[in-house]
Design a protein around this ligand. Structure first.
Ligand code: ATP
Length: 433
């Protein structure tokens, strides 16, 4: 299978099974925007929950935040986005198409033309206005990253929690960028969700904390089932770094369209807090209660894309297997990420006893296991559907179940079937999920 075919197949299964749809498809779609369907919404929630659990709940030193998308416009002056968040663009003189200069390899990818306009800087922030007047005084931006919401709340969080260094603030939220060339499915879009942490520490600890976060973030993807051979770390060269940054390492995934960034972990020095202190006139220094020192903490920033991560989990989970001369498509998600953990399938939908038992099992299990009931097709077809959405276990209720109080549990990956007693079912599933 070529890589292009693989990507087409993944896009197709995403549409067929309700993971991802094109945005506003009935109107011809909107480029650079996608919608998550019933399965995609569950998958993405699970990705975000796994991240939050790992970086907030399972640690003692990171707290959550949920800041607003619209912020005071000076935020973006201070962060440098108003002046520097630009792509350099050129237009092909022949076909008039516009390209990012750093993506061009000499010729126009559209028409092969070789003459281009002078490069121009194009700001990627999406602008809107608040209030009834559309004058410049009411201009605001849809945030291009969630990070600045964390920096501007630095002292609020300290005042409210009395935290001492080192500590981090994490948040998940929508960001917007007017990307010139959105593409590769949900990899590059104009609206996306980020999962970001700003980890504040003493300057002398920054190098160690930077290394710790690189390890922790790399391991997170492996723990959730990404195959090691598909995951790489790329250390940025000195000339790629922002002038204030001491280092940056990307976690990259081997997508069918090439090795590409999932997340960046940056050692940002004290740049951000200093900038906001200067532009706001507020004291954003850390005051050490023991030593009485005042200084700007240094910051480690692990910044990942939720949609890119979700796409990597989708690609990595996709498997095709030959079973009885037929191709079985199965999404081998880590149980934690699988949109549905258990499907309850009655073998005969017209048998009242079977249906009643199956529905009873569903209503008992659903209290703490995400499960579905489905009787809308023959069992072979039901299994195929569940495999394609990555449901970890299928539980079938048959005539025999009414007598021996046992059901058949089928494992998604091995397809092995086991009879399990109805009383033990909840424990059996919990132990394996
Ligand atoms: P790229 O070089 O791919 O444009 P970036 O280095 O500008 O990305 P950052 O500004 O570091 O990205 O943003 C952090 C993370 O946010 C990225 O690693 C990525 O996962 C996600 N992200 C950034 N831009 C987009 C986008 N247009 N669509 C989807 N996710 C994005």
């Amino acid at each position: 299978m070529t890589d292009a075919t693989l990507m087409d197949k993944i896009v197709a299964v995403c549409k067929r099974r309700g993971f991802i749809f094109q945005s506003s498809e009935i109107y011809g779609g909107l480029s650079g925007a996608w919608d998550y369907g019933p399965m995609g919404a569950e998958l993405k929630r699970n990705v975000k929950a796994a991240w939050w659990q790992s970086v907030v709940h399972f640690r003692d030193d990171v707290m959550g935040l949920d800041s607003s998308i619209l912020m005071h416009p000076t935020t973006w002056k201070a962060s440098g986005h108003t002046d520097n968040f630009t792509d350099v663009l050129v237009d092909c003189r022949k076909c008039k198409r516009r390209f990012r200069q750093d993506h061009l390899k000499g010729k126009c990818p559209n028409c092969g033309g070789t003459e281009f306009t002078e490069p121009r800087a194009f700001n990627l922030m999406l602008k809107t206005s608040v209030g009834a007047m559309e004058d410049s005084s009411s201009v605001v931006y849809l945030r291009p990253e969630t990070a600045q919401g964390i920096f501007v709340n630095f002292t609020n969080v300290i005042d409210a929690t009395h935290r001492k260094l080192p500590f981090g603030i994490a948040q998940i939220g929508k960001s917007f960028r007017n990307e010139i060339t959105p593409g590769n499915f949900t990899f590059r879009t104009r609206e996306f969700e980020q999962m970001e942490i700003e980890y504040f520490c003493r300057p002398e600890d920054a190098a160690t904390k930077y290394e710790e976060w690189i390890k922790a973030r790399y391991q997170w993807y492996l723990d959730l089932g990404i195959r090691k051979e598909n995951l790489k770390l790329r250390v940025h060269d000195k000339d790629e770094l922002a002038h204030y940054a001491a280092g940056c390492t990307d976690v990259e995934y081997e997508f069918p369209f090439g090795l590409s960034e999932l997340e960046g972990i940056a050692n940002r020095g004290d740049y951000d807090l200093k900038q906001h202190a200067q532009f706001s006139g507020k004291d954003l220094m850390y005051h050490d209660p023991v030593t009485n020192e005042k200084f700007y903490p240094h910051v480690i920033e692990p910044s990942g894309g939720c949609d890119r991560g979700t796409l990597a989990f989708l690609v990595d989970a996709y498997h095709e297997e030959m079973v009885n001369d037929q191709t079985r498509v199965v999404m081998k998600f880590h149980p934690k990420l699988a949109p549905i953990k258990v499907a309850i399938l009655p073998l005969l939908k017209k048998n009242e006893g079977i249906v009643a038992l199956a529905k009873k099992l569903k209503s008992e299990l659903q209290k703490d296991i995400v499960c579905v009931y489905d009787d809308s097709a023959a069992i072979g077809k039901l299994y195929r559907r569940q495999d394609e959405v990555g449901t970890v276990f299928c539980v079938t209720v048959d005539v025999q179940s009414l007598e021996d109080k046992q059901v058949t549990v089928r494992d998604r990956d091995t397809m092995k079937q086991e009879r399990v007693s109805v009383d033990q079912l909840h424990k059996y599933l919990k132990d394996r999920l």
